[in-house]
Design a protein around this ligand. Sequence first.
Ligand code: MG
Length: 423
Amino acid sequence: MSDKRRIAVLGSTGSIGTQTLDVVRRHADKLEVVALAAGSRVGDILQQAQEFNVACVALGDAACVSSPEFEALKSTTVQNANKLKAQGTSSAEAFCEVGPEAVVSLVQLPEVEVVVNALVGAAGLRASYEALKAGKVLALANKESLVVGGDLIMPLAKELDKARRSAGIAPLDAPAGSLMPIDSEHGAIYQCLLGENEREVRLLWVTASGGPFRGKTKKDLLHITPAQALKHPTWNMGAKITIDSSTLMNKGLEVIEAHHLFDMPYDRIEVVVQPQSAIHSMVEFSDGSVKAHLGTTDMRIPIQFALSYPERWDAPVEPLDFRTLGSLEFAAPDTDTFRCLALARHAGTVGGTLPCVMNAANEIAVATFLQGANSYLGIAACVEAVMNEHEKAGVQQVESLEQLEVLDAWARAEALNHLTRPE
Ligand code: MG
């Protein structure tokens, strides 16, 4: 086996996935892609498997077996497995499977060391869970894993931290790094906390760009179209997260994510709008000092840090030039107009199964908005209605993946119900 970090990229054809592969191209001496998973883009994953000599691939959508390119993909994995065996770099058999279970099997493969989870939505939770359970380092872009299943994921990450420390493969005087956030805000907070005593942390400041509709009123937002909401001012991302950024639900999900990742109560996590996105987040300490993380808005930097930790590697990105940056603005978020942030904070504070239900309802509300079957302001209304139903029925403590999957399905059905019900 090579001494490179052997990574599996889940969601390899999406925005974070392709940028992860960019990072691998830049650091081919340190990183090696050994497994790829995507939803249904067989042609794209075939190209990736060819370029990176990957012998193990999974497609979440079972219908992919009937795609005309599937046979080519299958034979590519066999050829690559033979090539790797001949080179002596890997003795792994080829793996080319479809369906949600295939993605789980992929992360459990012995040759996988680090799992980059860039799947979209709650579908990523099981992969995160199984990756940590199988002892793999988890580089997490799928924030829903923590929003929905933080109560299950964090104990697994702590256990793996312990195991990696006692095996001598993790730093002893710094975070062990079993769970590395890829989200730029959490990557920033992670770095601000390095070398600090957690008892001296007073507050986490999660920064928000404010999205394309910053400063708008509810009335202005009545007739927003998907095309308008898909134009993010600073970050280049996938459709779901871009809509979530515009409604501030993304920031709400990130507050819950920060709560789990950094074991911080909700009254010590604040959101501040920083429209230039130059400050990626901040940590305030007990003496009033604040550490901020700044950098160019390029997702490849947080992705790379998640893969290089505890080291830092060079990155050929345009550095921030403070002489031309101009002013940095700050403002409180408008949670009256952007209800989703308040809803997410409420869901997080109540905890248990409420964030799971909120997230599932939001996924449906956003998908229907993108299809033109729901209005922009209808997103928050739908999420709130489904959350109310769940609170009436009784929020539960999180006990298992199966319990969360049942509630997730219930919330999706309830959201669709809400959208088709006459007002
Ligand atoms: Mg983010």
